[in-house]
Design a protein around this ligand. Structure first.
Ligand SMILES: Cc1cc2nc3c(=O)[nH]c(=O)nc-3n(C[C@H](O)[C@H](O)[C@H](O)COP(=O)(O)OP(=O)(O)OC[C@H]3O[C@@H](n4cnc5c(N)ncnc54)[C@H](O)[C@@H]3O)c2cc1C
Length: 223
């Protein structure tokens, strides 16, 4: 049975970042990720805020993201854009970059570090004792860890199995997110009507003079 000081269940952005941090601190860390590759079926989150870019800069990897994304003033509150350009930071802006690219770049960084990645298998259960945790994997193998960290998403199996509650309030707003091919172009941009708020845009876009200019063709997303 393989043994690690820390095993992280889930190799999404949280798991990748934690694995990188622990590896840099000299900790023997492994990720168990059920996806066979880092690919995501959709674009997901649209980019990074200033503070996140600062943290990536502290690790010396901000340039990798900046090179692939588009810098813009993205912070906002209640449909009002907040301009950070005179804030005392090396990165007084956000970055437009889809999560599928953010994860690919983060995974590339983790690949350069001493992190073991068990791909294409899930953590299906665990039992802990005084000195650590035994993990059961979906391929029938097991792992031993000093610590197990649940970075396995909002419906975390690890959290539920550990009996950790997910306190909060019932939602007051619901949202539909989709990326689709359409035969007719919908009205792009953000608008409100009796049904709610609609935000349509093409997945491919450019930021010109601080404004989003959508591509003429390609999938349309509703975020
Ligand atoms: C359609 C969509 C649009 C979004 N848009 C935005 C946005 O605009 N802005 C924003 O900030 N956020 C957005 N999000 C949310 C954002 O994607 C998440 O907050 C982020 O991915 C959370 O990262 P994470 O690593 O904690 O979890 P996840 O990304 O959920 O990663 C969890 C990982 O754990 C793996 N896993 C799960 N269970 C197991 C298991 N038992 N064993 C092993 N591996 C397991 C999964 O395969 C996955 O790779 C969006 C999400 C979706 C789905």
């Amino acid at each position: 049975m393989n043994e690690h000081a820390v095993v992280i269940a889930g190799g999404g952005p949280t798991g990748l970042m934690l694995a990188g941090e622990l590896a840099l601190a000299g900790v023997d860390v492994a990720i168990v990720e059920r996806r066979p590759t880092q690919d995501l079926p959709g674009s997901r989150a649209g980019g990074l805020h200033s503070r996140t870019i600062e943290v990536l800069d502290q690790r010396g990897i901000a340039e990798r993201f900046l090179a692939e994304g588009q810098v813009a003033q993205v912070a906002g509150f209640a449909f009002n854009r907040l301009d950070l350009s005179d804030f005392p930071t090396r990165h007084p802006y956000g970055l437009g970059l889809w999560q599928k690219h953010i994860e690919r770049i983060l995974a590339g960084w983790v690949d350069e570090l001493p992190v073991t990645v068990y791909r294409g298998r899930e953590v299906t259960g665990f039992a802990h004792d005084d000195t650590g945790v035994d993990l059961a994997l979906s391929d029938g193998e097991s792992l031993r860890a000093g610590y197990l960290v649940g970075c396995d998403g909002g419906r975390s199996v690890i959290r539920k199995a550990a009996g950790i509650d997910f306190p909060g309030w019932d939602p007051t707003t619901s949202a539909l997110l989709a990326e689709v091919e359409v035969t007719e172009e919908p009205e792009l941009g953000i608008r409100q009507d009796d049904l709610g708020t609609h935000s349509f845009g093409r997945v491919e876009y450019e930021i010109r003079d601080g404004e989003v200019v959508y591509a003429d063709e390609g999938p349309v997303g509703s975020w």
